[in-house]
Design a protein. Sequence first.
Lengths: 356, 274
Amino acid sequence: MTSQAHHQPSVATAAPFVPRSSMPSVGSLVRRPEVGSLIGMIAVLIFFSIFGGANFLSAGGAASWLNVASELGIIALPIGLLMIAGHLDLSVGSMIPASSMTVAIISGHYDLPIIVGILASLGLGLAVGFINGVLVIRTKVPSFVVTLATLFALAGLTLGLSVILSGSTSVALKSGSTAKLLFGDYLGGKFEVTLFWWIAAILIVGFILNFSRFGNWILAMGGDAVSARNAGIPTDRVTIALFMSSGLCASFVGMSQAILYNSAQVAAGQSFIFNSIIAVVIGGVLLTGGYGSVVGIVLGTLTFSIVNQGIFYTGFDANWASLIIGVLLLAAVLMNNTFRTMALTYAPRTKSRVRS
Amino acid sequence: MTTPLLRLTGINKSFGPIDVLHDISLEVNRGEVLCLLGDNGAGKSTLIKILSGVHKPTSGTMDMDGKSVAFDSPRDASDHGIATVHQFGGTFPLMSIGRSFFVGAEPTRRWGPLTIYDRKRANEIAVTEMRQLGITRIDDGDRLVGGLSGGERQALAIARAVHFGASVLILDEPTAALGVKEAAHVLRIVLQARRKGIAVIFITHNVVHALTVGDHFAVLIRGSKAADFRKGEKSREAITDLMAGGEQMAELEAEIESFSAADNGHAPRGASHA
């Protein structure tokens, strides 16, 4: 079957047709369903620029929401891929503190080299992701329920083991200068280095989704899992790989937080569960799977972070932030639906429509 | 045409105590359209699922080109050149035409050290293959499949099967959800596939569509093959009668008569509530 796909494109020249010009038109822009997310982000940016004043626009102001965006973004990317494939992962909420505690207990409490702690926490993330993936494909229980179960199980395990091993729910961590520089430092005293890890993650996930065969498999699985399997896609392996990537990314964020703050707590990270889903949905990913883009996920993450942090620069009570996010989420979903419908019904020039 | 491309001999299928298919024997040749007719529940879908590797027959044999085959999975069947196209095309509405066309067999090219999905080539081939089936409206492989009409989606799925070298094309009610013009187009595509030497198994309960393209007909009634004839051997009325199940109709008539007799020529009381 694959050998067929590799023959020379002689077939392509058999029937003459003029490819459409590659000049972007208004139509082709509207056809990009990310337009909705872009408009949303620009709207909140303008809103908070007006009400937040100069402080919001300063480097410090930008850093405050970019730092939030980078931590959330690293998790939102694999969550977005999972959602495109038709799955959810709630267990990231426990994965973050679990990996923070792992690195803190190993390298802080037991004073082992920091690299051991880092590898152990990333390994834990991969292992939890693997367990999630295997449970989902073996039991056929919806991933929402499976990862809800692992969310609680892992939270309990983290709390129990932390108390047994370190006698405390909060462990200090002193990491070396290299680890600090790589995972837990501020650039220019303001920007977290995780920002660069986020950019790297965007490039990697963007490549996977748009330019690799694997990306096509993810889209197909979310669109119609049965047809995808019949087309020869190893859906089980793809599912496990996606859960492992979200476990890895969540443990990365937990680990770098522990290094950044020089300590780890058992109860941190629950906010990431919904925040990552909100960012991804604002970004135009279909909750039911089959559609989404990396550009959209990034825009959604930025939008969420701007609202989340921007509120502190305005004169408003910060309690209103959640209200804004709630309204924004609904507005974004409605707008994304509109743009998706436009993308579906968009027809380039209708002159050749005489046939059939 | 000595050995048929695909031959089923004495296929039986039961799910637990329920017998779904009894002793089905069929033959399809290259470049021939076999129409499988039957009412809902006649066992058509089960037969397709056996052909496409979803189910295994309880007993009976299948051979292709004279060699005995048994399919372990849909993938296995498609590796043997059997492609199944379902009513809604089995395509992905929110994927582009090019991506949908090559799902699971994406063309790739080198990009520096990386191997990447060759979007341009996928789009070109997909659009060209669809144009060859007469879908001339489509000239951009980046368009989403969801923007295509039902007939165009069928064409996309058939073009895909043809491109990947299917020798047996199973079309499951391809015209059922389509309007008259769209259905005509799909029938034309069926004839094109036949001209390419593909053996087509066309499942339908529309006798007119079947008679338009079929060379060979088989009628299934309650899991058994009730008739097997070639083009021109039976009239449209005879086939329609057969599909509706001659005996059942007779039974029904007898029943109505007995009701009428019992109620002095009036419909029974309960009937008005039905």
